[in-house]
Design a protein around this ligand. Structure first.
Ligand code: ZN
Length: 602
């Protein structure tokens, strides 16, 4: 589900020293234009080299391909960092609005700013790499003397998904949360140093720097997120109450009747996606009336056919076919003879038309949906290919993921009937199971998607002191998710570090935004397509009008503030979480029935 775009690398490091070596004469608007031309040119070339190397390193893993990629990527990062510094030169120059926007994007594209003091800069770079590596190598060993008892995150995730043994789950949950103990001291120093770098660039702290890339003030953006969460929270509370009731039936008193959910019983090590507990909470009439996986298997549908079907979705709404190179160069099946990264991703290798996906496709329901999702990235990438290189990205970082998911929401039974995979769409009375499954994934995720950066922003701003890191983490998890650990988690632990994006220093709000936006896009496009059925049964397949609206937005790339892009599809410049409520309306009513007379909240 990843998107690969090597031009706007996210993990950019920049030295905070403002440019002192740019000559004495006052720069002009003409200089600014020339500068941005040079930036666009150079980043295009370096981006191409990095993504070619990246593609090879992920589809043919060897020490050499990894080294080649690391080198090409470092060249790109260093150059971008240098340009971001130089852009400050034009802060007071009166330039064309388009150039001003390009300069601003260049300056706020940083995730981590290293302080100008070379010793501190080096220290920060090393700490960042250490934290990332500590997570990457993280393993919990039931018996430290026996290496075969050691579990990595994949094995941990499998147990969290499959086991229904409360003691085992607790042990594994506690085990995984030991891998972050060594990070605590380094993370504290990381916060100090990265804040120093951000301040040198004129930001209050690193969190304010992250929030500055949303075309509004950091304060307004924070308020916006709160508003969206308030819209959807009542539905979350119902889902929470229902899941608690069902888990209590299964696990007994370890699940309180009216308190928070135990963090280790939700089928996922971070309790961010509850769909793995579906078998425990599914309704009596959960059968959705068809099984896409069996259909695909019975028909011996090949991976290429599955992707062709996905492509047909996009051509049916007016997008041109994928280029021949897509079929020649994509990796659709797992090769027999070499190591590859199977995790699904979409690539635009030359940032023009060299579109590819990389997947190890199996004939099943999940991969069928994922194909539609990944192709969404590809069609987005192609739609903005004619813009200046720096604008070749989504309107904000939530948009890219949201687009793929929007299309996946159109993979409805009616769509499957239209493309001949299903004879007849089942009655809508079967929808509750499907909707509940989706809610366990998408509604359950929302508070988690919000709280990761709530914690980090407070940590970066100093509102949360190092001696309260863990307390603040669990306060937020309780406040937003209504999730709590079963045993005390004092400051001898560092539980945020057990989630990759914290030691990896990857901003997280984008996932919350994508989760909200996809439903808003879906509702607006379904209306355009003239769909009058329940929103969860609407598909924009074959709607040229919806396709045109979609393309109008996609082709804007990052060239305009995101509210303008949103407006193209939604007819509003404001994000709106009520589309989620519309989509899950039948489930909402069903949940009301189920939890009648039961406690809600914690
Ligand atoms: Zn994706």
């Amino acid at each position: 589900m990843r998107l690969i775009n090597f031009v706007l690398v996210l993990a950019i490091l920049v030295s905070g020293c403002t440019s002192g070596s740019s000559g004495n004469s006052t720069p002009t608007a003409e200089d600014a234009k020339k500068f941005m031309d040079d930036v666009n040119d150079t980043l295009f070339k370096l981006g191409l080299e990095a993504s070619q190397a990246g593609w090879v390193s992920e589809t043919y893993i060897t020490d050499d391909t990894s080294a080649l990629f690391a080198r090409a990527n470092q060249r790109l990062i260093d150059k971008t960092a240098q340009y971001a510094k130089e852009a400050v030169r034009f802060d007071k120059v009166d330039v064309a609005p388009d150039i001003r926007r390009q300069l601003n994007i260049l300056k706020v594209s940083l995730v981590m700013a290293t302080p100008s003091n070379p010793k501190e800069g080096e220290e920060l770079t090393k700490i960042a790499a250490d934290l990332d590596a500590t997570y990457g190598k993280g393993k919990w060993c039931e018996d430290p003397k026996k290496s075969e008892s050691c579990l990595d995150i994949n094995q941990i995730s499998d147990i969290m998904r499959d086991s229904q043994d409360e003691k085992k789950l607790r042990q594994v949950w506690e085990g995984w949360h030991t891998i972050s103990l060594p990070m605590r001291k380094e993370y504290t120093r990381f916060v100090e140093l990265s804040n120093k770098g951000a301040k040198e660039l004129g930001f209050a702290d690193s969190g304010a720097m992250w929030r500055s890339k949303y075309d509004m003030s950091p304060e307004d953006f924070t308020k916006e997120l709160d508003r969206l969460w308030t819209q959807v929270r009542p539905l979350y509370l119902k889902l929470h109450a229902y899941v608690r009731m069902k888990l209590r039936e299964k696990y007994g008193d370890v699940v309180p009747a009216n308190g928070p959910l135990p963090a280790h019983l939700l089928g996922n090590i971070w309790a961010q996606d509850w769909s793995n507990v579906y078998p425990l909470v599914k309704p009596a009439n959960a059968d959705k009336g068809y099984d896409l996986t069996s259909i695909l298997k019975a028909r011996k549908t090949s991976p290429v056919d599955m992707v062709k079907t996905g492509e047909r979705f996009y051509t049916s709404i007016g997008f041109p076919s994928l280029p021949k190179t897509f079929w020649d160069r994509s990796m659709l099946v797992k090769p027999r003879d070499r190591e590859v990264v199977c995790h699904a991703s979409a690539w635009d290798v030359d940032n023009v038309e060299d579109l590819r996906i990389k997947m190890c496709i199996q004939p099943n329901d999940e991969d069928f949906n994922t194909i539609h999702h990944e192709l969404g990235h590809n069609f987005y990438q192609r739609a903005y290919k004619d813009l200046p290189v720096i604008f070749r990205d989504s309107a904000n970082d939530g948009f890219h993921e949201a687009i793929g998911d929007t299309i996946a929401l159109s993979v409805t039974p009616e769509y499957l009937v239209k493309i001949g995979l299903l004879d007849k769409a089942p009655d809508t009375s079967r929808d509750i199971g499907l909707l509940l499954h989706k809610a366990l994934e998408k509604i359950a995720f929302l508070p988690f998607g919000l709280l990761i950066d709530q914690w980090r922003w407070k940590v970066f701003s100093g509102e949360v002191k190092p001696e309260d890191y863990n307390k603040a983490w669990w306060d937020l998890r309780l406040k937003y998710q209504g999730v709590a650990p079963v045993s005390p988690r004092g400051e001898d632990f560092f539980d945020p570090g057990a989630k990759y994006h914290v030691p990896g220093n990857v901003p997280y709000t984008r996932y919350f935004l994508a989760d909200i936006l996809q439903f808003q896009f879906h509702r607006a496009l379904a209306q355009t397509a003239g769909c009058t059925s329940m929103l969860n049964r609407c598909s924009i397949y074959q709607s040229g009008e919806a396709g045109k609206k979609l393309n109008d937005m996609l082709s804007m790339g990052l060239s305009k503030p995101w509210p303008e892009a949103l407006d193209k599809i939604a007819g509003s410049k404001q994000m709106d979480a009520t589309a989620i409520l519309d989509y899950f309306k039948p489930l909402d009513a069903w949940l009301d029935e189920q939890i009648k007379g039961k406690p809600v909240g914690w």
